[in-house]
Design a protein around this ligand. Structure first.
Ligand SMILES: NC(=O)c1ccc[n+]([C@@H]2O[C@H](COP(=O)([O-])OP(=O)(O)OC[C@H]3O[C@@H](n4cnc5c(N)ncnc54)[C@H](OP(=O)(O)O)[C@@H]3O)[C@@H](O)[C@H]2O)c1
Length: 302
């Protein structure tokens, strides 16, 4: 599988596996270990996490699976996120729902992620969401020390718009660091990042795009959803034309965008992973891409 260079130390697989739902999978460490191996066999080596997933439990679930074959660490890239606080008794001071981008919180969160994931470093740390209270100096300070200590190899953001990205990146660039990745919600169902200019801005700065919920978190398959119904009405004949499934068409649709989008798949079904990968074996025509786009908009383009 194609590798995407993030910086001089880190490259991602073009397709990424997300672990947001890993608690719901209810797998044993052995079953998860098998699944990770199946992903690696297919060239999917980048694993996306966040401190808060599964009420702060998903990183630990992954760490237990990794313990069964520690050599796997050398074959994968581990991404995690911090900055959202959810009320939980699993960690100290998490007594409400807020954002915390203080240097102290970022460093503590990374320490916990490393311990839970059973790894010595994160390939990439993302700030999970922008905060109205974020201070670029605090983020830069945390990142500098995490990079110096070898705990983080590259840095990015998630759900940041243009001004939020500019604010943080400006401060980092002064310290010879920079944002390498912006993880955004992008799918045929959710076009905001395509239409509001953030994707173009990232493309211009060579910041790589991870697309979260590329299948709209499963909403695309909900036939009670009017927007999903419109999109599926266009996709279904294409599955017949290309002899593939819906998951393949969606990946082909994302892959046609020139910004070289990396889908972060949330499925735990290896057949759906294979279907998604088939989306790289053919190219939708421009007309087909726009038919899906306008079905999602619900009206024609001007
Ligand atoms: N940065 C952020 O703010 C943010 C937010 C949300 C998510 N994420 C990341 O993005 C990753 C992916 O998000 P996601 O889980 O929403 O991704 P997704 O791939 O859009 O959705 C996965 C869901 O869709 C279902 N699904 C997939 N194909 C299907 C089909 N053909 N028919 C019916 N159901 C189907 C899956 O069920 P099965 O498992 O049964 O296939 C699963 O429940 C997360 O794990 C996380 O790493 C990041």
């Amino acid at each position: 599988m194609e590798k995407v260079k993030i910086n001089q130390h880190v490259s991602f697989s073009k397709v990424i596996q997300g672990f947001w739902r890993a608690k719901d999978w209810n797998w044993t460490p052995q079953a998860l270990n098998r699944y990770i191996n199946e992903l690696i066999d297919r060239g999917i080596t980048t694993m996306d996490h966040a401190d808060i997933y599964g009420n702060y439990s998903c990183e630990g679930i992954f760490g237990e699976a990794l313990k069964l074959s520690p050599q796997l660490r050398n074959e994968i890239e581990v991404v995690s996120k911090c900055g959202i606080v959810l009320p939980t008794d699993r960690i100290p001071n998490a007594n409400g729902h807020r954002y915390d981008h203080s240097s102290q919180h970022i460093k503590r969160s990374v320490e916990r992620s490393l311990q839970e994931l059973n790894v010595d470093y994160l390939d990439t740390l993302l700030i999970h969401r922008p905060s109205p209270l974020m201070n670029p100096d605090e983020i830069t300070e945390a990142l500098k020390s995490l990079v110096t200590e070898g705990k983080v190899k590259s840095f990015g953001v998630s759900n940041f718009n243009k001004s939020q990205y500019d604010l943080i990146n400006h401060s980092l660039v002064c310290d010879k660091l920079h944002i390498t990745v912006n993880q955004l919600e992008v799918s045929p169902y959710t076009l905001d990042a395509i239409d509001d200019g953030i994707l173009n801005h990232m493309f211009k700065d060579d910041v790589k795009i991870m697309a979260w919920s590329p299948m709209a978190g499963g909403k695309l398959f909900d036939l009670n959803d009017e927007k999903a119904k419109r999109i599926m009405h266009v996709i279904t004949p294409l599955t017949e034309k290309y002899e593939v499934t819906t998951n393949s068409i969606i990946v082909a649709w994302l892959n046609k965008h020139p910004a070289s989008i990396m889908p972060v798949l949330g499925t735990h079904n290896i057949n759906r992973i294979d279907a998604a990968l088939e989306g790289f074996n053919f190219t939708l025509t421009d007309q087909e891409w726009f038919d899906i786009y306008t079905a999602s908009l619900g009206h024609d383009i001007p």
